[in-house]
Design a protein around this ligand. Structure first.
Ligand code: AHR
Length: 620
């Protein structure tokens, strides 16, 4: 085949094209990215999270009995705590607590003495009954009848995969305990209440241009009572409002909006919070037991308060602490400077009903009225063209383009679908709201190289249309082994290991080698036309970044080597071109990227080959 690169024909494209979609699904947050090592630290697990769970899940007591109380709790949002006299409480963490020899761990808990006396606690890490770390916490007599925070540092003397935390209460006075917590000191960027370093670094290595959070379906929940309220996730940890996770587990909200925004800032990604459009998943009115309720949304009389809540979030993120109480909360939490929020998503693949439209429009209008500079992203439902929801969703967005700048499209399809829809965005109306392809993945088999190549093939065509599609994010991002709600995912992990899928490499290569100009190119089959079909299995895209570096991406989904003549007229000539890429067998689920160099003759024309089933980014 021949690739002709028209060095002088360029168009402006989005330089925010590849970001990440973070949803608390498959234990992505608690037990995952959030570095807390104690499970159910607040004793708020309940059967509504999962049938067999209760306030003592993942805890046990040496005495065999854990006494859970609720009177006069540390916060009305955190009503359960435990009472101990002389006993030892053990927490088994998330599939065990993994500790490293020599590493330091921050232990903390809140204590209230029932009779206002003093008390001593020994805090330990125990591996198979063997003590591998220990510290003493002394509660001095005095104002001990109020909830007070105590802490200690534990240093592990051994590695352990499945240690337990033991809290030994000495002497006979009754103590009330809550928010029993253990964090590695070595979190990402050394943040307190921080993120697991290796997982956060894995995300940072994608160089995402934005992070969407907190979902997905998590954002709108499975009933009115399960809608995600951002203001429930900020402030002191004991005061945050935990909730049932739509994916059938528990959210502590320890990883809340402050932590999400901070992570975005740490890795220089734009924050893209997505909040419910006043309706829960599928507009269901069911309150606590999932799908199947009446079509419904937040009652109209409650919408003004809900809208104010969303506006408060923008104020919290961007406002001036001197004049705004919401911005002051942000400053008090440690971030006086604004977070510089530019985008907000309203709705997540909602059914496009009147209930949805009325509420969504009220919210989008209110945002644009007060914050015209914020880019508002709507939704066109869960399906792609030509579904009726998608058509309705686009009609609604188009009619309201004065307040909806962009819409979120979602589709999970087969490898074949992605290969056959290279022209999906070619005829989109350039004047309509822009597209955020917020969730997509090729879902064939276990998500192997074939999926990653189909995604790369499709992304080449999205780059060609990146004047329409301004943002994309593969979904879902994270999945903890043994706790998966979805397949495939981009990154699999357990407490100590991280497995990067071929799709991770596709995303990393596209986001690392991004551009803000698209250079027109055309692929033609060799004369004789024997490879006409092959052109439908190869894709190429050429972009230039703002420093003038040119990147050529080539995808070969054929089972044979690709021989490509390149005519790069008008581009500066080079004699060597470095490349980075992936190749292997179609179903391969784990692989290492490869690098190499093409030596080319000086002049505008040269020849390269690509192995069967491969994707390479060539730095021209
Ligand atoms: O990515 C998993 C789920 O897929 C998201 O929560 C939802 O938006 C979509 O249906």
């Amino acid at each position: 085949a021949t690739l002709t690169i028209e060095g002088k024909k360029m168009k402006d494209i989005s330089d925010k094209l590849v970001g990440v979609f973070f949803e608390d699904i498959s234990y992505a947050a608690d037990g995952g990215l959030y570095a807390e090592l104690v499970q159910n630290r607040d004793f708020e697990y309940s059967s509504s999270d999962r049938g067999e769970w209760n306030a003592t899940t993942s805890w046990r007591a040496a005495s065999g009995k854990i006494n859970v109380l609720t009177d006069n709790p540390i916060s009305k949002n955190n009503p359960h705590y435990v009472a101990v006299t002389s006993d030892t409480l053990y927490n088994s963490g998330w599939d065990g607590i993994r500790v490293m020899k020599g590493a330091k761990y921050d232990f903390s808990f809140y204590v209230r003495m029932a009779q206002g006396k003093g008390k001593r606690f020994i805090v330990k890490l125990v591996d198979n009954g063997r003590e591998i770390a220990s510290a003493t916490v002394t509660v001095k007599q005095g104002k001990t009848s109020e909830w007070t925070k105590y802490d200690a540092v534990l240093t592990a003397s051994e590695d352990a995969e499945k240690a337990e935390l033991a809290v030994v209460a000495l002497k006979d006075d009754e103590a009330h305990l809550d928010m029993i917590s253990l964090f590695p000191q070595d979190t990402f960027n050394g943040r307190k209440n921080g993120l697991r370093k290796d997982l956060a670094q894995t995300i940072a290595d994608l160089h995402p241009k934005f992070i969407r959070f907190p979902g997905g379906c998590m954002s709108h929940g499975d009933g009115l009572g399960n809608i995600y309220h951002w203001n429930h996730t900020v402030g002191p940890l004991y005061d945050r409002v935990p909730d049932r996770n739509i994916w059938r587990y528990h959210q502590t909200r320890g990883l809340g909006f402050y932590e999400y925004f901070q992570f975005c800032e740490d890795i220089q990604a734009e924050p893209l919070p997505v909040l419910a459009a006043g309706v829960p998943c599928q507009n269901s009115g069911a309150d606590s037991d999932g799908y199947g309720g009446q079509q419904g949304g937040i009652p109209m009389e409650d919408m003004p308060a809900y809208i104010e809540e969303i506006l408060n979030m923008i104020e919290w993120a961007n406002g001036d602490p001197a004049t705004s109480k919401w911005a002051r909360m942000r400053a008090d939490a440690g971030h006086p400077a604004p977070f510089n929020l530019k985008y907000i998503g309203i709705g997540n693949e909602d059914i496009i009903s009147t209930v949805f439209e009325e509420r969504c429009l009220m919210i989008c209008k209110a945002i644009k009225e007060r914050y015209p500079e914020i880019t508002v992203c709507g939704t066109v439902g869960p399906f792609h063209a030509p579904s009726s929801d998608y058509i309705e969703g686009w009609k609604f967005a188009n009619e309201n383009r004065n307040v909806i700048d962009m819409v979120d499209e979602h589709y999970y399809e087969s490898v074949g679908w992605f290969l056959n829809n290279a022209r999906y965005y070619d005829n989109y109306d350039r004047k309509a709201p822009k597209v955020y392809l917020g969730e997509y993945a090729a879902r064939t088999g276990k998500g192997g190289l074939d999926c990653a190549l189909a995604e790369a093939f499709y992304l080449c065509n999205i780059e060609r249309n990146a004047d329409v599609v301004e943002m994309t994010s593969y979904a879902p991002l994270l999945s903890k082994n043994g706790h998966s709600n979805w397949s495939p995912d981009m990154i699999y992990f357990d407490n100590g290991n991280i497995t990067l899928t071929p799709s991770y490499q596709t995303q990393r290569l596209f986001s690392t080698y991004y551009g803000n100009k698209y250079i027109t190119s055309s692929l033609k089959p060799a004369s004789g036309n024997s490879d006409t079909l092959a052109v439908n299995r190869i894709a190429a895209s050429v972009v230039m970044d703002k420093w003038g570096k040119v990147f050529l991406k080539v995808v070969n989904v054929l089972p044979v080597e690709l021989s490509l003549d390149i005519d790069a007229k008008n581009l500066p000539y080079v004699s060597r071109m470095r490349y980075e890429g992936i190749s292997g067998k179609p179903g391969q689920v784990s692989l290492k990227p490869h690098t190499g160099e093409y030596k080319v003759d000086l002049g505008g024309k040269f020849h390269i080959t690509l192995p069967p089933y491969s994707f390479r980014v060539i730095q021209m």
